[in-house]
Design a protein around this ligand. Structure first.
Ligand code: ADP
Ligand code: ZN
Length: 743
């Protein structure tokens, strides 16, 4: 047995061992068994970390060799590993990462393995595809179409193409190419699909940086060069050139021969970002998110592991890709709530990025115009470095901010655009500039009410109202996704034609804009109006190029898109986020409003952002208008400190759900009664209480909340507490460490 000790000692996961045929190995699978299973190493042996196929009962499942077998099972019954998969073994750092995420989030290892083996077709043999290149033969006759094909092949010398690419480039149909294949003029071959990504060139010159950008870039380059762990908060208003700065850190990382990962909160942002990467480094990076085809995902997973991908741009789950030599993780828009995964493994991608980087001796850059209070506090405490870009790049300046006091405006019923805002939009339309009207509500109207009986149409499975989507002609539950056709009659009193929409959603606002500005070109950006991520990307690119006068959007538009012609942002209801009982309500509203208002005036023209509000004197609205960020953070931090809540204390949410309402309350009360392990660390338990959304998908929901001191060993106490109970079959218990939302 050859053994190679990895960088860190941590109880075994960083040990790499070669097992000879017949040696006992412990295999971790994605099956919810919560223990390692012993197998015999297969013919040819295997390494720790090897991806393997093993028999489990009558089935074959995929797993990872985790270490030597325990030998606590009848040796005669131990079966051999079926085969070692054709994929690079999981590296020690990755095994350590999975173990520590599991410990932190109290997730079973089987669920972690599932996250780490998300490659489609991991067990398949290398996938092949047909490619076409110049052959030797002569055609029986020349047609113009045939000449075009030959022209393309000759122009691109040694390159080969897929049928579709070649047909597209030559502007001919596939049958023309097939005809040339039959005569040997074009050669058709099988080639592996998972090919390395084109090389990015970090030596290509980037844009010339402004002095504050240059200082920040130098600092980041130096940190990347150090080859050690560190986290930097890169703060700067939207348009201050943060992306240009962190691309310099990426360049340094590639230059060191290490891989970089850039996380973006929204798939729709990737199109613009990929173009920028291509401009900067001469080729496009690998992509990893739900909008990418299975084939591409498979290629990405493999190439990341084999070193054929230098840079990955992706969603939060890209953190679990098998990087070979990760040197840098950028979390763009680090405050964004979509970094918190709420289903299955409940984790914060931002926090886990920091963990992964510390294991890999890599750097993290957290970029944001409006950092989360957590990151702000970590920088204040000196745990993170902080770099700041203070001016917008070039002439672009921060937008002028003002409130529109809705108490002083006259509005017709079912109208939401104030006369003041309308005038400003009209002026922009006249000048050929863009306006953005922001409303953070999808659909046509949030409530549908029966004017005969007063009934509000609700979801049958959830404690939520159905939202009318006129575009789809359906009612949709935003909780569970249940939809049904818009009814003609009230489902409660059966009165006909008495159903009426109440309140505005993005679609209804679009209707109002259409009436007010019949000649303007209107674009609506809401995630549910687009069939695919690709369609949304295209729409965003065309808007950026000027294809719309008025953009109406939900929070989708708040996230980092670049619309150079945009000079006005109107926030329809700035009060919307202030009503929540969530501990982060003020922070969220502050961030969202700043992000949205940051959309205006990104190019040469100064932008204006107008906030329609009924409470212009609210502290959050005032902080936004005054542009006093540090003041807002300090006040918010003081409040949280006083209350002992994150980031100055620790919280864990327990969500119990069951189809049986009695059972779920009984179980919750039982948990509350036996809370000694929590009291042992000085933690306090609140609840059980019905969750704010008391029913989702037919399951009744109850919450408990554990609150502890910042340094209390909360995970240990939670596992000791939870392990006292036998969880009934139809009851689900979910633990949410550092909860972000409390629904
Ligand atoms: P942020 O990421 O902070 O929103 P970006 O990096 O996207 O800012 O920069 C905003 C715009 O300004 C982009 O179009 C970018 O290409 C441009 N820009 C930023 N820095 C420079 C620079 N030094 N030279 C030229 N253009 C720049
Ligand atoms: Zn529902």
């Amino acid at each position: 047995m050859g053994s190679e000790k990895a960088k860190r000692a941590d109880g075994g996961v960083s040990e790499t061992t070669f097992f000879d045929e017949g040696d006992l190995v412990a295999v971790l699978t994605a099956q919810p068994l919560d223990r390692l299973l012993d197998y015999k190493a297969p013919e040819g042996g295997c390494l720790t970390g090897a991806f393997v196929e093993v028999p489990l009962g009558p089935r074959k499942v995929i797993g990872v060799v985790w270490g030597p077998g325990k030998g606590d099972f009848d040796i005669k019954k131990v079966r051999p590993v079926i085969r070692v998969l054709d994929a690079a073994p999981m590296r020690p750092g990755m095994r350590e990462f999975l173990t520590r995420v599991a410990d932190y989030t109290l997730t079973p290892m089987s669920a972690m393995v599932r996250l780490a083996t998300r490659s489609p077709g991991l067990g398949d043999p290398p996938s092949m595809r047909k490619i076409y290149r110049l052959g030797q033969g002569e055609p029986d006759r020349w047609t113009p179409a045939r000449r075009k094909v030959l022209g393309v092949l000759q122009e691109f010398g040694g390159l080969s193409f897929t049928l579709r690419e070649l047909a597209e480039m030559a502007g001919v149909s596939g049958s023309v190419i097939k005809g040339l294949v039959s005569q040997g003029v074009v050669a058709e071959e099988q080639s592996p699909r998972d090919v390395p990504y084109p090389m990015l060139d970090p030596k290509r010159a980037g844009v010339e940086l402004a002095p504050d950008q240059l200082a920040a870039a130098d600092k980041l380059r130096e940190k990347v060069k150090s080859g050690s762990y560190g986290t930097t908060l890169l703060k700067g208003v939207t348009g201050s050139g943060k992306t240009e700065v962190y691309l310099e850190a990426v360049a340094e990382c590639l230059h060191q021969g290490r891989q970089a990962l850039v996380l973006l909160p929204e798939i729709a942002l990737t199109a613009e970002f990929l173009n920028r990467v291509e401009e900067r480094f001469g080729a496009r990076p690998a992509e990893w998110h739900s909008g990418v085809t299975m084939t591409e995902r498979r290629r990405c997973w493999r190439m990341v592991g084999e070193g054929g991908a230098q840079l990955v741009v992706g969603a939060r789950s890209a953190l679990y890709l098998p990087f070979r030599e990760l040197g840098l993780i950028v979390v763009d828009e680090e405050h964004d709530t979509s970094y918190k995964q709420e289903d299955g493994v409940v984790y914060s991608a931002r926090d886990m990025a920091v963990l992964r980087a510390s294991i890999e001796s890599a750097q993290v850059v957290l970029a944001s115009a409006t950092p989360s209070l957590e990151s702000w506090a970590n920088a204040q405490a000196g745990k993170y470095d902080r770099l700041e870009l203070t001016s917008r790049f070039g002439q672009a300046r921060l937008p002028q901010l003002a409130a529109i006091d809705m108490r002083a405006e006259t509005l017709a019923s079912n109208r939401w655009i104030s006369p003041t805002l309308q005038k400003e939009v009209a002026a922009r339309v006249g000048r050929g500039e863009q306006s953005l009207l922001f409303i953070n509500r999808r659909g046509y109207a949030p409530v549908t009410i029966c004017r005969a009986c007063g009934n509000q149409i609700g979801c049958d499975h959830c404690d939520a109202r159905m939202v009318e989507h006129r575009f789809l002609k359906r009612l949709v539950c935003h909780q569970c996704g249940e939809t049904r056709p818009m009814p003609e009659k009230c489902p409660s009193c059966e009165a006909e034609g008495r159903l009426a929409p109440v309140g505005p959603g993005v679609e209804r606002l679009a209707e109002e804009v259409g009436t007010l500005f019949p000649d303007a070109r209107i674009a609506v950006l809401s995630s549910d109006l687009f069939g695919s991520a690709r369609a949304l990307k295209e729409q965003i690119v065309s808007i950026a190029e000027g294809a719309a006068d008025i953009i109406i959007g939900t929070q989708l538009v708040a996230k980092g898109h670049n619309f150079p012609l945009l000079t006005l942002v109107g926030v329809i209801d700035a009060d919307l986020g202030l009503q929540g009982s969530d501990l982060r309500a003020a922070e969220r509203t502050f961030q969202l409003m700043r992000q949205v208002s940051g959309r205006a005036g990104r190019a040469e023209k100064r932008g204006v952002a107008l906030l329609q509000t009924f409470q212009p004197e609210h502290p959050v609205i005032r902080a936004i208008l005054a542009g006093d960020e540090e003041g807002f953070w300090r006040a918010e931090a003081a409040e949280r400190k006083a209350a002992g809540v994150p980031p100055y204390g620790r919280l864990a949410g327990i969500i119990l759900s069951s189809p049986n309402v009695q059972e779920v309350f009984d179980f919750g009360s039982e948990m509350a009664r036996r809370d000694a392990p929590l009291r042992a660390i000085g933690a306090r338990l609140y609840g059980p209480a019905p969750a704010p959304i008391a029913r989702i998908r037919g399951r009744h929901r109850v919450r408990l909340l554990v609150k502890a001191d910042k340094n209390a060993p909360i995970q240990k106490a939670l596992s000791a507490w939870v392990s006292q109970f036998r969880i009934p079959g139809n009851l689900r218990l979910q633990i949410d460490i550092d909860p972000q939302s409390f629904y």
